[in-house]
Design a protein around this ligand. Sequence first.
Ligand code: ADP
Ligand code: MG
Length: 473
Amino acid sequence: MSESMTVSDPSDAGERFARVLEILRARINKRQFATWFQPATLESWEGADLVMGLPNRFYQEWFQSKFSELVREAAESVARSPVSVTFEIRSAKTEEETAEPPQPKTEEPAPSGTPTDVYPSPFPGSGTDDSPLRLNELYTFDNFIVGPSNSVAHASAKGIAQDPGRAYNPLFIHGAVGLGKTHLLHAICHEFLARFPKERVCFLSCEEFTNEFVRSLQRNDVDSFRARFRNVHLLVIDDIHFLKGKERTQEEFFHTFNGLYQSNHQIVLSSDAAPNEIPTLEERLVSRFHWGLVSNLEQPETETRMAIVRRKAEIQGIDIPNDAVEFIAANFRNNIRELEGALLASKALSEVLNLPIDLDLVKKAVGPHLGRHTVNLDKITQVVCSHYQVKISDLRSKRRGRSVSLPRQVVMFIARLLTNLSLDEIGDHFGGRDHSTVLYAVRKVQSRCDSDPTFSATVDRMVDRLGGRVDPK
Ligand code: ADP
Ligand code: MG
């Protein structure tokens, strides 16, 4: 935890913060402490202002609503004066470094001096030592759920881990934040090392590459910076878009790239955009990135998201029923990290309330986080009617016939998915139909989604248009 502290007087603030944590550890139960406080860091504590860093907005909102008093009291008892506490979401970089689940994990770092050591050292300030390769043990191919949105990227990642330097060089994976780039990059390293344990692997973020390079310039020692990459068999650089606007580093990377490429050593890069969409990236780099394979990670489909939630739950030992998995998958569509956040928030609430995780509990846990878009029956009806080109009044009438009954069933299905409304409440909206009619509709649409991918995609698109957000009660 101390690694991420950035305080003006680290020893003093750090010590005080450690005492605050001790007090809190004594005041809440062990599992809660592990879930919530393990990932918390001290950002700063200057005067009366304590700023804590948290991994994401779930944590932030949870702390604000559940722990702010407790933390303030503990801080005041340490400071012996009033303290104002704020909870901030840590920057993406810090987040990346601590992107492990909050459960304590026993990690055996590779012993120093083995071929798995990385050059240059990813740890700021220690540019000369060998350092163990820092890989998240959970970011493996086994734990990566494959679906249409990521199957090409997954297959190419596996391909190069098995046949490095030959299949495609470089492999360039791009996609929006939270779609699994870093996970795939770690998986490549794991698999490569399992197959070629004697080979040298270097994994670092582009930011680390840049910082190391700048440091070597300051020390007037670019040669030893270059030497570090000379014997690397697999070079993996995460978030290469960080090169944008950094001409000197781009030039250096160009030489590193050429050296490795000529020796048939594998290069893997990730980026938030395709090579030609990274602004101010030199043309010669753009063209080199296209020499190999450029593959894209897309937003995962509902089934993939559900499978991911299930796998994450399994890894965390969380028991969660299907409808709750579906609810999470339906409401967090754009970023897989958010799926995990929802799962953890549910787990935490189940511990606090000492209740099993079910759909209601999940809604309670994540409901407050879903305020950005609100979905209600009217909006769902509008979207569905405009898709099927039927009149809203027809849908709400007693009319039967396929042209209205299918859209009506779809509205009921989406309403179950995206709102907290009960079957009866949904039935009321359609002229007092009873809950068994609604249940029948929901099941029917579900089974058709399962058997008819085109229909399923259509429903997905409507859910997408609705923003996939619930209207919290
Ligand atoms: P990115 O680097 O693209 O921002 P990450 O690799 O950090 O995204 O992924 C964010 C989270 O989502 C990680 O916890 C990762 O394990 C998880 N994740 C992403 N894609 C998948 C997938 N296909 N299967 C399982 N977990 C996934
Ligand atoms: Mg990443």
